[in-house]
Ligand binder design. Structure first.
Ligand SMILES: C[S@@+](CC[C@H](N)C(=O)[O-])C[C@H]1O[C@@H](n2cnc3c(N)ncnc32)[C@H](O)[C@@H]1O
Length: 445
């Protein structure tokens, strides 16, 4: 097929971008890496015929995902790196599990085509750096978790949406996941499957390790440490739905000057698993069983932190979670910190849109744009006082305070005390240019 002039122009443009970003990358500009990857992907798209692209997306990708999941059960990655990674035949790789060498060969060559394994001559396999990563349980967990939880719900998602006349899923307890999985809530489904449950926590931990930490974006010294009350609940940094405590451990390492209490709140099963792993054994992290839909037991804490918690829930449930926190906050002192994706309105990052469809299928939820975050937060009587981010496709950090109550009153005159508060408020804002630290001014005229 002769390429059209316009597509040749696209290829030329894409090549130029690759060369530019490639040069910067080779000059050790690490920030150019993401741009180089994005421009290389754009180049592939420009060079591929639409038919190539179609086959890649709808034919190749699902079969490869299944092959990768089978490879984990066959222990191909772990076996490939053994004995210094010397070349192994499919018979060698099959011996560990007693699987059919023919089957192992079919899976192994699929892995080679994905770059997950290397081939040194026909049917002789060696590990590459990707194999070495996947030989590590923490990274193989990403394959286990994503495949196991997605398998039924993504396969049934089109059918579910057709049955509901293509309405946006909004019900966490009656959505695509329940349609595909005998009406089970996703978290109950997960808790009942120890292998997938463990893989989930390992996977979210590994994801976090390879992305900028929220403490790289948020001025923790100025916003959390300065002005920290030393004792009791007021000194607490509460990680709500904090998984196995890694976020708090990272926080300890990254902000050692934070001397207040560190509280991990989770479901009973997760607290039990964290305790078993020794989280909190040194007494620095307190483990607390807490359901975030019920009243928050730590009152007036310095911060209530939630990483990838709200993206698990549709707006109605998020409002309940946020309202429980709002009721516990000390205005002017406490804040909520939300670490989650903030999707761009245009040309959204592939990581964000993949996560968005994932959340739709599993928990009838979504990733949110800045506008959607603001609307959700403001609907709870809270307000966004800062959005911090670093790089494309990562999680941002949203700082939230209680909203101020409107000062105007239509029908009755304001009393002298209230008028004084208004004057103090105006004076404070004028002096500091910071309305975020202002406590509620309740005018009950
Ligand atoms: C996506 S994970 C995020 C975990 C952790 N924040 C992180 O980023 O590593 C959501 C967490 O919310 C917890 N969770 C779910 N429902 C909960 C509830 N009702 N109360 C408290 N935690 C809950 C889950 O156990 C899970 O660990």
């Amino acid at each position: 097929m002769t390429p059209e002039t316009s597509s040749m122009e696209n290829v030329a443009q894409a090549l130029k971008q690759v060369a530019e970003h490639g040069e910067r990358f080779m000059d050790n500009d690490s920030s150019a890496r993401e741009r180089l990857v994005a421009s290389a992907r754009a180049l592939i798209l420009a060079v591929e015929t639409p038919m190539d692209s179609l086959l890649w997306h709808v034919w190749a990708l699902p079969t490869r995902t299944a092959a990768a999941r089978i490879a984990v059960d066959l222990k191909i990655f772990e076996t490939a790196v053994e004995d210094g990674g010397h070349p192994k035949s499919s018979e060698d790789l099959a011996a560990v599990t007693g699987a059919s060498p023919t089957l192992v060969k079919r899976i192994s060559r699929a892995l080679v085509s994905m770059g997950m394994l290397a081939e040194q001559g026909p049917g002789l396999y060696t590990p590459n750096s990707f194999t070495k990563l996947l030989a590590n349980k923490e990274y193989a967990a990403g394959i286990i978790f994503n495949f196991d939880i997605n398998m039924e719900s993504l396969a049934k998602l089109p059918e579910y949406l057709k049955k509901t006349n293509f309405q946006n899923p909004e019900n966490a307890l009656d959505g695509p996941f329940q349609y595909a999985n005998d009406n089970k809530p996703a978290f109950s489904w997960l808790v009942e499957r120890p292998e997938t449950f463990e893989a989930f926590h390992l996977y979210i931990h590994s994801l976090r390790q390879h992305r900028p930490s929220w403490t790289d974006m948020y001025p923790a010294q100025a916003r959390l440490v300065s002005g920290l009350k030393p004792d009791g609940d007021a000194s607490a940094f509460v990680d709500v739905g904090g998984s196995m405590g890694q976020i708090l451990q990272d926080f300890r390492a990254n902000v050692p000057q934070y001397t207040g209490r560190l509280v991990l709140q989770e479901l009973p099963e997760v607290v039990a698993a964290a305790t078993e792993k020794g989280v909190g054994a040194d007494g620095r992290i307190e483990l607390q069983v807490h359901d975030f839909f019920t009243p928050q037991p730590v009152r007036g804490a310095r911060a209530y932190f939630m990483r990838t918690v709200l993206h698990d829930w549709p707006d109605a449930q998020c409002r309940k979670i946020l309202t429980q926190l709002k009721d516990a906050m000390e205005p002017g002192y406490s804040r909520i910190l939300i670490s989650d994706c903030v999707i761009s309105d245009e040309k959204a990052a592939w990581q964000h849109v993949s996560m968005d469809i994932f959340m739709m299928a599993q928990v009838s939820s979504r990733e949110r744009t800045e506008h959607e975050w603001r609307a959700l937060i403001e609907s709870c009587g809270l307000k966004v006082t800062g959005i911090y981010s670093k790089g494309d496709g990562n999680e941002g950090l949203i700082e939230v305070y209680p909203a101020r109550v409107r000062l105007e009153h239509k029908h009755r005159p304001i009393g002298a005390g209230a008028a004084l508060s208004v004057l103090q408020y105006i004076f404070y804002v004028d002096k500091t240019n910071d309305s975020s630290e202002i406590p509620y001014i309740l005018i009950c005229a």
